[in-house]
Design a protein around this ligand. Sequence first.
Ligand code: SF4
Length: 353
Amino acid sequence: MPCPSPKTFDTLQNRLLDWCHKNKRILPWRDRPDAYSVWVSEIMLQQTRVETVIPYFENWMRLFPTVAALANASEREVLNAWEGLGYYSRARNLRQAAKIVAGDLEGKIPHDVETLRKLPGIGRYTAGAIASIAFGMDEPVLDGNVKRVYARLFDVTEAVNSPKGEKLLWDIARENLPKGKAGDFNQALMELGATICAPRSPRCPICPLREMCMARANGTQELRPVKKLKKETPHYIHAAGVIVGEGKVLLAQRPSKGLLGGMWEFPNGRVDGDPSRGVAKALRSGYSLKVRRKEALGIVHHAYTHFKVTVYVFRCDPLSIPENENLEWVLPGNLGDFPMGKVDRQIAGMVGR
Ligand code: SF4
């Protein structure tokens, strides 16, 4: 793997730091780069755009301004504050990790990557970001933006989503780290990837690194990073029931682990064939609910990371509903108090139509 010469190395660092100093966006977590802010913002930014994260981050800091405040919050409060950001295990892990910091670690967020990585939800990337940005440690980071920038700067032909490609990029990230300036440099790389070295149509003519970019020299910037092809995304058909009894609707809480863990939903299940015929059976086998299907209320489409789903929604009459702590009858006006994923929040909007 080509490595930059010392001269190039120095130029790469200085050019990037200088460019970032003049051009970086004003973001709320940059006002207060303490470890808690860096931690929360980096977790929120995983798989999520900056513009989406900003209002969530500001609201979060109003609700849970410190690790102790987060540790003392209930899971429902935390999931409510996260609703709409997706990947809800991130919120549950943040709360779990805050409890560990507040309890076992006397409220102090660890400085070193190894200890940070023992906390729930903190992987190599987030640990590197907290250690370098908040504590000034010489640790690299490698998120999607940084991978793309390095894959282009060094014209990496290895697939970046392969173990070999990933290792190679971590090695490059560590080799290029300017000692004592890792936090600023890491943020500059992320900023370049987010604003200039975009996934499509990178803005090479105004890039501060254009003269040293190997992909630009080879005309391969649109072909980098190389990615292994993923399997085709499956598409499932679900039927959901808005079960109405005595002016309330029935919600079910999902298991705490897995997709949308701990969130609330309208009982639903996968169906083969006609959803209007399959809904009663799906609710019986998934929740032991006996219902009578009434009219159709609407259809919701949603794409998760690994699959797509189309949900056909029906009003249903309850025939037999078991006592179960994961089932709750809720007044329509109180549905907003129950954290839900995007599909169920759309279904909630159909209640009362
Ligand atoms: S020159 Fe183009 S491809 Fe290379 S780092 Fe800059 S924006 Fe990315």
